[in-house]
Structures are given as structure tokens and as C-alpha cells.
Design a protein around this ligand. Sequence first.
Ligand code: 6PG
Length: 473
Amino acid sequence: MSSFQYDFGMIGLGVMGSNLLLNMADSGFAVAGYDIDKNKCAALDASASPKKIVKGFFDLNEMIASLRLPRKVMMLVPAGKPVDDVLSRIVPLLAAGDIVIDGGNSHYVDTLRRVNAMQELGIHFMGIGISGGEEGARSGPSIMPGGDLKAYEAVKPVLEAVAAKVNGKPCVAYLGMGAAGHYVKMVHNGIEYGIMQLISETYWLLKKGAQLPNDQLHETFKKWNEGSMESFLLEITANIFTQIDDLAGGLLLDVISDMAGSKGTGKWTSQDAMDIAVPIPNIDIAVAIRNLSAYKNERADAALLYQSGSFKAINSENFIEQSRDALHFATIICYAQGLALLHKASEELHMEIPVSEVIRVWRGGCIIRAAFLDDLAEAFQKNSNLSNILLDASIAEKVRSLEKSIRSLVAEAALSGLPVPGHMAALSYFDAYRSEHLPTNLIQAQRDYFGAHTYQRTDMTGSFHTEWKQTKP
Ligand code: 6PG
């Protein structure tokens, strides 16, 4: 058995786990890894940078025993049962005071359950969201920790060392109590779904409507990514339009199936938002369209039935600029919905999430990093308890300047038969949110009519019920 004491242990040496561990080693920490697959353990040692202290263990007991006390162990394994399986294997090997981190995309409800179960054993359990994909894990991810504050303080030096840096500051901060880290990551992913849906709609409008060839699609997205819309998702989108297919030649994108997969974090965001009654229609529609994309055969039958294979070309002047501004508008609405969810969830679930810190952590390393987060940071500097970013005067000014474009674009798309559900959802949310009066008084009347559910009046306090049928002529 090794007598050397390692600073940090990782269980699960998939690309994310081993890259993050190698990143820690590059920052000067002595790290140990374990995976059920022995090849991955061997590969870890081989991929370490020269003179860095990295060791892959074939035996879990040995790996845990090699860690300095209190032990700091991270699991990067698939969400769900694998996390519980690993926990039940390591708990007998740990001691009170040790820190166990779940760095995967676990559902926050599971995290909360595990935090409580581990607390009874004296083990500090933390759920940490990590974003940035394989590349981010190696060179600097955005890290969203929550849970036990003392445990956070103990792992902070490692997390700060490996996190992405923006203006010299690490993209990591303590983001709240209990399962806050995984809650924030879930909402991050929900926003990610919403924005990806919007970009895909824009691609289709430009390709099928404005009939831009692939090289112009590349140029257009690249140009958009240079200004105030600069974002990681636009950057990779521009690059996708240059990727040639190794197998058959031509643009790879053109031979990729349109059935989009998902691992569930977007769905959880929608489900949880429904539970606490926060409207996030852009995330809902993004999940729904991924689901609809799987109905390939039915869509093919419907396309025949409704003869919708070819779209009316859009030749209007300024259509490209309009698409850019409409995308910008709808992207802001996506962030508005996601952050409104965080605001309410923080209160409802007693997580005390510092939303301004979340925005700082999302500024670098993660999938939804974007220049717009600087505007958000300013808004939260003015009001750290902002319930919806659309209420900030500077954001409102920006949104107003883009509003005309999204109205024209949605109208053009509707007339051409091109699907833009994300853009429509953003505009409808905006129009409903800025309406002091909604037609929901009629819904109240209907509910009372058929179900005696009562209603409130605008001119008197209290609950009222009317015998509606008696008032019929
Ligand atoms: C990230 C990503 C990452 C991942 C998810 C999304 O922040 O690095 O969000 O967590 O891409 O697994 O996956 P799905 O689209 O498969 O749900």
C-alpha cells in the first residue's frame, strides 16, 4: 500500500473525470484516480504532464486510503443509481469529517437526499455543477458548488485553481445551501436548451427562408459572435458550418440526423419550474421540440399530408439583421426566465442562492457564457434581489431596441410556414409579462361557472362565487 498522501481523489475516470484531475495536477495538487475500468486507471498516469503527481489506482480501497485527511473525493459518474452505488462502496472506507463531492449532473432532489444521509454519518456531501464539457474540464470549467460551507472552504483552493478565469477571477463561488450547486447547474442546462433551440431556429430561417449557403451561414454566425452577442454557443455554431464530413465529404451538419437527444436536465428544469409555478416557456418548448424531433416517421407522413417540404423564400430586405436582433431578443428572454426561476427557487427551497455570484461564475468556462452576462452583472449590482431582469431599466432599453425585429421575424416565419416556436415563446412571454391586464379574468369566471372555484374582484376584497346559470337570459 502506498504511504504517499494525495490531496484529492477522483472516482470515475471518463474524459470529464480524468481531464479535471489532470487539470488539478497541473495546478500543483497531488491527485489519485479510480475507475472500474482498469484501462482508464492506467491511461491516467500516462496522460499526466511531466513532473506532476498523478496516480491511477486499480483498487478503490487503496485509492481512498492514500488520501490526506480529511479526505476529499469527487465522483464523476453518470447521474442516478451509479452515484448511490459508488457512495455505498466508499462510505465504509471514509471517516467522519471527510468530504465527498458529486461533480456530475445529478438531480438536485437526489443531492438533497444524499446530503442528509451523509450528514448523519458525519460526512460532508456536496453537489457541484461543472460546466464546459471535456475541453473545459481540462483547461478551466465553470464550477457551481453548493452545500456545506465548511466543506466548501476546504476544497475552495482546488476548485479556484482549476476553474476558468475571467479578469483574473476564478469562475467558482459558493452558490448556496443544500443542493444549490446542482440546482444552479440544472437551470444552467435549461437556459442552454433554450438558447440552442433559438439558434437552431435561426439557422433554419437563414437556410430555408433566406436560402443562405453553408459558407455564408458560417460567415454570418461568425460575425454575430464578434459584437455584443458574443457567446460560446454562437462560436461553436459558426465553426460547425466549416466541419467537413470525413466519411462522405460535404458539410458534416448536412448528414447529421435531426433527432436530438437529451439526458434530462432540461426536462427537470421544466418540471421543477412547474412545481414552483415559474413560467419558463422557452425551456419548456426547447424540451418539447427535442421530443418532437424523435417522431421522425410521423413528421415525414405529416410533411406529405400538409405538403410542407418546401418553404416560401424570404427575400425581405434586412432579414439577416432582423434574424440577428430577434435571436438577441429571445436569448435575453431565455436568461430572464432561467434567472427568475433561480430567484424563486432560492426562496422556496431555502437555498440562499446569490444570483449575482451565479452570473459571475457563468461568465467563463461554461456552455452559456456570453458577453451579455456583463450586462446582467450590472443589473444585479444595482439590485441584488432582482426578481426578473426585464425589470432592469438598462436591460429594458436593450430589449425595446430589438423588439421590432422579433415581431417582424415571427410574422415572416409564420407566413412562410417555418417553425420558430422558441422565438414565438419568447415574444409571447414578453408580451404577457409586460401586460398589467391579462385576459385571465375570463379564466377565473369560467372556473367559477363550472366548478364554483370562486374569484376575486378588482373593486372589492374577498372571495366571490356567482350562480352563473341563474344569470343566463
Ligand atoms: C455542460 C453541459 C453538459 C452536457 C449536458 C447536456 O454544462 O458542460 O450542459 O452538462 O452537455 O449533459 O446534455 P443533454 O443535451 O444531453 O441533456
